[in-house]
Design a protein around this ligand. Structure first.
Ligand code: ARG
Length: 466
């Protein structure tokens, strides 16, 4: 080997035990650097805290501790500026940083790993990353909520058909429909916060699996890194990836919510619905059909939900057969985790940018909310006049059949036809049926009546600010 090749294949940390150099194919196969290099700010923060704990335990002098911290800060600057030179023999970000520290500080660099294993180190880095990512995604979800609430406020008086089974069901306020998504996103934020709170435990000090063999003050390390608690069992600390699984579950559910919103945007933008006009900047054309304006952004948000669900399944599948404690399989936790976080963040951002530009065709939506979807209101009127609901339902059903057979609207039915169906029905009564009145009578808590939706909006605006 030439000198530079020898440097490129710097001695492995375990070269004492494993005599021959690692096969290049094995290096490539086992390495995780391209994936885990993004953990570097967390890895350095964890190492600084560990170095301080080593000083506190009198395993390092104060001067050694200070030099290690300065060395770590210098390595961090190299990484921040993209000046860090990775080597093919750098198996992962943890080994790369330690290798560089030893290059800078000599044998002192080799003292940092005292009482620490990559097993508790990577568990720590992952929790630090998860904490930050939960906060970042929570902010992104909040921004989408704010955009939805603003859109709902802009269209607070508009009426649209509400659907079940994708069949026109009853008139509702557009704002009411939009605020349903705000609720989903509020629960998503709650899940991210729950995940963060449970992840808020320091695993460092667990060592490889049995606990560090040195008097490391774990509570001190936890305080340094802002953790509320320390993990209670060292085996669990290095084997556990629950926080990652919870994060992916929260991400997958959020992605499903975004996918449902995206699906409605796709439907509403179709010529068949014609409810919404997509902003040109958020639509794409066809390479062949000149008239096309496609909702690709919404379609991709819908498609990317599949990837995020896949990430959750991938991680759970990695975990399900593992004996305690650390197994190298656990390295496969990061690709799905990072991919899901990036994908979800991008979906949230693009939707938050798109939503403010949606323009509803309120006249068309109002027209679609009129007609036979006022049938429930006819039944309700009969109930108010003393009929049992089942009876009212049957009478109204027959009336609807008559309307469909004769091409008559509910409001146009004449006295004779109405009387034949029920003596309680008069033209004056059915003429009062309108989408606006239908909406207004649904005043229950959480209902679609304007008064109630305004109350929802006020609460949503207050909460969206936090
Ligand atoms: N890159 C590894 C991971 O992400 C680090 C831990 C390796 N530990 C070990 N005992 N080989 O899991």
């Amino acid at each position: 080997m030439t000198r530079s090749r020898a440097r490129a294949r710097a001695a492995k940390a375990w070269a004492g035990r494993i005599a021959t150099p690692t096969a290049p194919a094995v290096e490539r196969f086992t390495g995780s650097l391209p994936v885990d290099r993004r953990l570097y700010p967390h890895d350095i923060a964890g190492s600084v805290a560990h170095a301080r704990a080593l000083v506190r335990a009198r395993l390092l002098t104060r001067r050694e501790g200070a030099r290690l911290e300065a060395g770590l800060a210098a390595v961090r600057r190299e990484l921040d500026r993209g000046r860090f030179r990775f080597l093919p023999s750098d198996e992962d970000i943890h080994m790369a940083i330690e290798r560089r520290l030893v290059e800078r500080l000599g044998s002192l660099g080799g003292k940092l790993h005292t009482g620490r294993s990559r097993n508790d180190q990577v568990a720590l880095d992952l929790r630090l990353w998860l904490r930050a990512e939960c906060d970042a995604l929570d902010g992104a979800v909040r921004r989408l909520q704010q955009a939805i609430v603003a859109l709902a406020t802009r269209y607070r008086d508009a009426i649209m058909p509400g659907y079940t089974h994708l069949q026109r069901a009853q008139p509702i306020l557009v704002a009411h429909h939009l605020l349903a998504y705000r609720e989903m996103l509020a629960r998503d934020r709650g899940r991210l916060r729950d995940c963060r709170a449970r992840a808020d435990e320091l695993p460092l000090g667990a060592g490889a699996l049995a606990g560090a063999g040195f008097p490391i003050d774990r509570r001190f390390v936890a305080r340094q890194l802002g953790f509320r608690r320390v993990t209670a069992n060292s085996l669990d600390a290095v084997a556990d990836r629950d926080a990652a699984a919870e994060f992916l579950a929260a991400a997958a559910i959020t992605a499903v919510h975004l996918s449902r919103l995206a699906e409605e945007i796709v439907l509403w933008a179709s010529e068949e619905f014609g409810f919404v006009e997509l902003p040109d900047a958020f639509a794409t054309g066809s390479s062949m059909m000149p008239q096309k304006k496609n909702p690709d952004v919404a379609e991709l948000v819908r498609g990317k939900a599949g990837r995020t669900i896949g990430a959750l399944v991938a991680l759970l599948t990695v975990l399900k057969g593992l004996p305690l404690a650390y197994n190298r399989d656990l390295q496969e936790d990061k690709p799905p985790l990072f991919d899901a976080a990036t994908t979800l963040g991008e979906s949230l951002d693009v939707l938050a940018a798109l939503v403010p530009h949606l323009r509803f065709d309120t006249a068309r939506m109002h027209a679609a909310a009129d007609g036979l979807l006022l049938a429930t209101d006819v039944a309700d009127l009969l109930v108010e006049r003393g009929l049992p609901f089942r009876r009212a339902h049957a009478i109204t059903g027959a009336l609807v059949r008559h309307c469909l057979a004769t091409g008559t609207g509910l409001r146009e039915l004449d006295a004779e036809v109405l009387r034949r169906h029920s003596p309680l029905l008069t033209p004056a009564l059915v003429r009062q049926l309108t989408p606006a009145r239908s909406v207004a009578r649904r005043r229950v808590l959480g209902g679609t009546a304007p008064r109630e939706v305004r109350r929802q909006l006020a609460r949503a605006s207050r909460e969206a600010a936090t």
